[in-house]
Every structure is written in structure tokens, then in C-alpha cells.
Design a protein. Sequence first.
Length: 317
Amino acid sequence: MIGAAAHRPGPLRRPFSHPAELVSPASTPSHLLAWFFVLVWGSGYLASKTGLQYAPPFTFLSLRFAAALLVAVPLVLWLRPAWPSGWAAWGHVTVAGLLMHAVNLGGSHSAQYLGMSAGVTALVLSVQPLLTALLAVGFMGERLAPRQWLGVALGLAGVALVVWHKIDLRAVSVEAAFAVLVSLTAITLGTLYQRAFCPTVDLRAAMLIQFGATLLAVLPVAWAVEGLRVQWSWPLLGAVGFLVIFASIFAVNALHTLMRRGQATRVTSLLYLTPLIAVGLEWLMFRVQPTALTWLGIAVTCAGVALTAWQPAPRAA
């Protein structure tokens, strides 16, 4: 339902096909949204790795979400979205945002900052589609076909093959392992929580609420624990800019739009493809040649995603 303010005429009102879709209007095909999400999410690994060289994790997140608010506030004032109605709705949006942004990113960034390799981090976080499938079947009433369970397992196995050569378990500390497991739990629960409790929330309004709540959560930690240490540089600003515009705004909204359109397990299976994008970018940017095992993993992962996401055509009556 659109609030009354959304019906007032005005020259600045921008038409949208659905009030909840910020950057992914209803006319945008799902497969385009899916590929956009995968490309941006995979690129985010390198952007985060770059940013963490110049600022510790919670300071880096404070910079990221402060910049995100600078972008989101004028955008929301221009678009005039429908705000959540009632304190309960505001609370659900806030909880989902804290899980997906503050806790998830705080955990994954801390794990890398504490020495966990990108390969181990990617492998652990790639368990999300399997965890999502278990929770969706157990608590949300979803039903998965046997081929989808096979696809989930194949996808995880393929990611393991892709990142296997980068895994050094000797470099994994207890603190880093705990941080990445917190990240995995938070992104899984946050995604399902928003789908369950905020199914019709206007994503434009939710974006601003969640950015503000995240900044309020991470800034005190950055100040108390890290002293807000920053080495200002152009690569840091580029990483923050990319993550704000493309990841926090466009990709997150694309993910939530896809979740509203389809089965949770099918959508989150796309996350299996993000390490593949990271491998491809390393090849293009740093000439890191993929091994034969990597190519095998890519093939297995793609097969797993295809089995999970494929929908048979409806039979003619």
C-alpha cells in the first residue's frame, strides 16, 4: 500500500512500476537482475580487500555507511517513498538491516583483517545457499525437488574446487573463524528475516533506515576499538564509492527484489557464482592464471546453480 504522500502530484516525483523496487523495476527481467547482482557481489570481494588495506574493518564500514547516507538521503527525499507503518514495521526493517549490513559485513571484514584468506572466507560464506535451503524448508514451508538438493551440494563442491588452492587452514585463527561464522549466520538470517517480516516494505525507505542503523552500530565500535584510524588514499575512496553505489544500493535491492519474486534457495544459489567472478577479475586485473582444478570447479558450480535455479516449463493444459 502506498502512503498518501506518494499520491501528491509534483514535478520531482519519479514513476516506478512497484513502490518497493528502487533500482529494479518490475519490468526488469529477473535474469538481468541476477547477473547484475552476481557481478557486483563478486567484485565486492576485491573492493573490500582494497579498502581494508587502508582502514580496519569497523572504521572502513563507518566510512562506507556514512558515504551511503550522503547518497541515500537526497535520493530518498527526491523519490519520496512510502515509509513503514508502525513501530513494529520499523523494528523489523532495522533488525534485518543490522543483520545483513552491520553483523554480516563486520564479521566477514574482521575475518579477513585477522588474516583469513579470501579463499577460506569465500568457501565458508558459500555455505549460505545450503543453510538457506535447510531453514527455508524447515521454517518457511518451501519444498525443494531432489535435483535442487543435488544442485545445492554441487554448487558448494564447485566453490571448494575453485578456491581450494587459496586455502591455508594454518593461517586461520580462532577469532577469524568465529568472525566468519557470525557473518554467515547473519547474512542468512537477515535475508530470510527481511523476506518473512518485511515482504512489502518500500526498499527505498528501508535502505535509508538500514544505512542509518548500521552506521549507529559500527561507528562506536570503530571509535572505541580501532581509534578511527584511516590512511586516506584514492584506492580507499574508490573502494568505498564502488561498495556504496553498486553493492549497498543497487545489488542489495536487486537481491531483495529477486527474493520477493522467487524461492529463497533458488535465489541464494546465485551466491555460488560470486567467487567465480572474483577469480575472473583476478585473472584480468592481476594475471592470476586459473588452474585446471579451478576450471573444473567453475563447471561444477555452474551445473549446481543451474540445477537449483532451473524451473521446468509449465505443462500445457
